[in-house]
Every structure is written in C-alpha cells, then in structure tokens.
Ligand binder design. Structure first.
Ligand code: CAA
Length: 284
C-alpha cells in the first residue's frame, strides 16, 4: 500500500519528532494535539529541531522550508480523515489511547493503517478498540526521533502481512532501520533497557557509586553515549515510571518493579530534563 498522507496524534516529545521526520521525508503530515497551547509548543519544538538540523548541516534551508510546508497542525481529530497512516503518540494511558482510536476509527477510511508509538502497552488491546485489527500495529520510535535510527515494527497475531510490509517500507522511507518485534510489553528494546535503568536507580539507592560514577562507568566502560541516570533524565522519570508499572503489571517480575527512589522522585516532580531537575539539575 502506498502512504501519501500521515496523521500524528500528539505533539509531545515523541509526536513532534515523528511529525518532523515524516514531513522531512516528503509526507503530507497532519499533527493533532488536544489544545492550541500544546499544539503551539509542539510546532515550536519541530521548528527548533529543523533549525538545529540546518545549523548542523544535516538539512538544507530549502528542505527545512519544504518540511514546514508539508506540516498541518490541528486540534480536530476529523482533520485526519484523509490520512493513509495514523501514528498515535499521546500520553501512555490505556483508556486515553483506546478512546482516541475508537474516535479515529469512525473518521478514517477503512483502508487506513493505525499504529501506536506506545513503549509498553499491548498493541492487541489498542487494536481491539477499532474495527481494523489487521491494519493495526506498533510503530515504536526512539528519543530523539530525528537522530535515533531505530523503529520497532510490532506485529500482533491479527496484523496482516500487507500492513507489516507497508510499515517496514514506510520506516525505511523515513531513513530509519526497522526491526520486527512480537507484541509483548516493552517489545525488544524496552524489555532490555527498562530493567537496566531501574537497576541503575537501585545501585544509586544502595550507594554502589555516585550518580556521576555510575554514569561514567557505563559511558566509558561500555561505550554508551549516556550513562543510565542521564538517560533516565533524558527519557523522563515520570515516563519511565509509567512504563515500568505497565511492564510489572504485565510480567509480574521483580526486574520491572520501579524502585522506591524513582517513585519518590516522580512524586517530588523531579521528572528529569523536562522539569529542570531529575538526577541532575538543568538550567532553563
Ligand atoms: N535533527 C537532525 N540531526 C540532529 C539533530 C536534529 N534536530 N540534533 C542533533 N542531530 C545530529 C547531530 O548533527 C549529530 O550528528 P553527527 O554525529 O553525524 O555529527 C548527532 O545528531 C548527535 O547530536 P549532538 O552532537 O548534538 O549530540 P550528542 O553527540 O551529545 O548526542 C544523543 C546526543 C543523540 C541524544 C546521544 O547522547 C544519545 O544517543 N543518547 C542516548 C539516547 C537514547 O538512548 N535514546 C533512546 C531512549 S529510550 C526510548 O526512546 C524508548 C522508550 O520507549 C523510552
């Protein structure tokens, strides 16, 4: 199936990155947020990232302008009616996602493919909110979306071969490398990454090392671009906590249980970079 027009639900950190990458790759892209204020914030994030790409010599000024021209911002779900593919990237909440997919199902053509960028919820459960389980899959991007090469294409027991082929081609057309994963909570990357990040918090809690030494250990000892505590601040402690809770509920395994320190930091509003403070402090 040929994808011409893409819809993106949510213009947060992930949604704005996904919309940017789609528009940069020549797709007409409609991005939807719940309020004008959040939409403006998301569009601002895309503009800043495009400007950074131009500054870094990754994109020409003309290509940046062309991407901007392909982007349409809206607060109305109805404006996604003509989309061939819709990627949902709203808050990691099952009820909110299901309600949105049910609404979208009535708006879009039967042929349209729906995807979720969820990190940990079960795709099958989201697909059940629609009448198109064969045209429903996971399409999981990584933060920062314009930079990270990977996309996980998640297949449920109901996803059709044609949908998977379309999504693999689509991911490649964005300049990404797709990997195929089964619909198990966390897919491939978060199943491995989340227990590692939670263990880093436990190591800090137990005084194994200072925050700097834990991070430096993994950066210099394993060649990771960021140590685990820096990465937690980058991804968001609230987001990681929500993902860990979902994975723990699914697997009932201790390695997915969020440690008390993580919970306390979230309760104290220390979400990481987005709130100015997490394991480290950030200037505005
Ligand atoms: N558009 C296009 N390219 C950009 C860009 C933009 N807006 N911003 C930066 N770049 C490019 C730069 O030009 C640079 O390219 P080269 O290497 O070719 O020169 C590259 O991206 C790196 O940029 P910077 O030099 O600004 O930054 P850095 O070297 O300090 O790296 C980082 C920053 C990419 C974030 C790096 O620290 C990193 O890879 N960190 C780990 C990120 C990670 O693990 N993400 C996954 C999180 S988990 C997740 O997302 C899943 C989930 O469900 C929770």
């Amino acid at each position: 199936m040929k994808v011409n027009k893409v819809g993106v639900l949510g213009a947060g950190l992930m949604g704005s990155g996904i919309a940017e990458v789609c528009a940069k790759s020549g797709y007409e892209t409609v991005v939807r947020e719940v309020s004008g204020e959040l939409l403006e914030k998301g569009i601002g994030r895309i503009a800043a990232s495009l400007a950074k790409a131009v500054e870094r010599g990754k994109l020409s000024g003309a290509a940046s302008e062309a991407a901007r021209a392909l982007l349409k911002a809206t607060t109305r779900v109805q404006d996604l009616a003509g989309c061939d593919l819709v990627i949902e990237a709203v808050v990691e909440n099952l009820g909110a996602k299901k309600a949105l997919f049910a609404e979208l199902d009535a708006v879009c053509a039967d042929s349209a493919i729906f995807c979720s960028n969820t990190s940990s919820l079960t795709i099958t459960e989201l697909a059940a909110a629609t009448r198109r389980p064969d045209r429903f899959a996971g399409l999981h991007f990584f933060n920062p979306v314009p930079v990270m090469k990977l996309v996980e294409v998640v297949r449920t027991i109901a996803t059709s071969d044609e949908t998977i082929e379309t999504l693999l081609d689509f991911a490649r057309s964005l300049g990404k490398e797709p990997v195929l994963a089964k619909d198990n909570s966390g897919f491939i990357v978060n199943r491995l990454l989340v227990p590692y990040l939670l263990d880093a918090v436990r190591a800090l809690e137990e005084g194994v090392g200072s925050r700097e030494d834990i991070d430096r250990g993994m950066e210099l000892g394993c060649g990771h671009p960021m140590g685990p505590l820096k990465l937690l601040d980058f991804v968001g402690l609230d987001t990681t906590y929500a993902i860990a809770e979902i994975m723990f509920a699914e697997y009932r395994e201790k390695r997915f249980a969020p440690p008390p320190l993580l919970k306390r930091m979230v309760l104290a509003g220390r979400y990481g970079r987005k709130s100015g403070r997490g394991f480290y402090e950030y200037g505005s």
